[in-house]
Write a protein that binds this ligand. Structure first.
Ligand SMILES: [Zn+2]
Length: 138
C-alpha cells in the first residue's frame, strides 16, 4: 500500500501512526466477477475478492447511523478450482457471468451450478456444450 504520500513519508510511518492500513479481520469474500467463473485448462475457476473495509459508525441524526468506510478495501483475492477429467477440450476458455439459473453463452449452457466458496471448497458445476455434458467437481 503506497499511494501518494508526501516526500519522506513511508507507508510504515502511516501504519505506525494510524495502525496497519488493513487491520486483521475475517475476510468477506464476494465473487470477483459478479458471480461467475472461467473455464480454462479443464477446470472451472471461481475468483473471489475480499470486500472488507474498516468502517466507522457515524450518527446521521434522524437518519440513524451509517457505517462509513474508513480505509481501502482489503482486496485479498482467492481462486477455487473445480476440476473435470472428461471431455476437457470440449469447453475451453469461456468466461461466464451470472449466477444460479439458466445461462446460454457461446453455445454453452449451465445445467447445474453450486459455486464453491472460500471456507467451503466443495462445489459442483455441470455444463453442456456442443452436445457434451461436462461436470466439474472439487
Ligand atoms: Zn480481507
Amino acid at each position: 500500500m503506497s499511494g501518494n504520500l508526501p516526500p519522506g513519508v513511508t507507508a510504515s510511518d502511516i501504519d505506525d501512526h494510524y495502525g496497519p492500513s488493513v487491520p486483521s479481520h475475517d475476510h468477506r469474500w464476494v465473487p470477483a466477477n459478479r458471480p461467475g467463473f472461467v473455464l480454462e485448462d479443464g477446470a472451472a475457476i471461481f475468483h473471489y475478492v475480499c470486500e472488507w473495509a474498516p468502517t466507522k459508525s457515524v450518527d446521521m441524526g434522524k437518519y440513524g447511523t451509517e457505517d462509513i468506510a474508513q480505509g481501502p478495501e482489503c482486496g485479498n483475492e482467492r481462486s477455487i478450482r473445480l476440476e473435470t477429467d472428461a471431455e476437457a477440450e470440449a469447453v475451453e476458455a469461456v468466461e461466464i457471468s451470472g449466477s444460479r439459473g439458466v445461462h446460454d453463452t457461446a453455445g454453452l449452457n449451465v445445467v447445474d451450478i453450486d459455486p464453491p466458496e472460500p471456507g467451503r471448497a466443495d462445489g459442483r458445476l455441470e455444463v453442456e456444450a456442443d452436445g457434451y455434458t461436462v461436470v466439474y467437481n472439487e
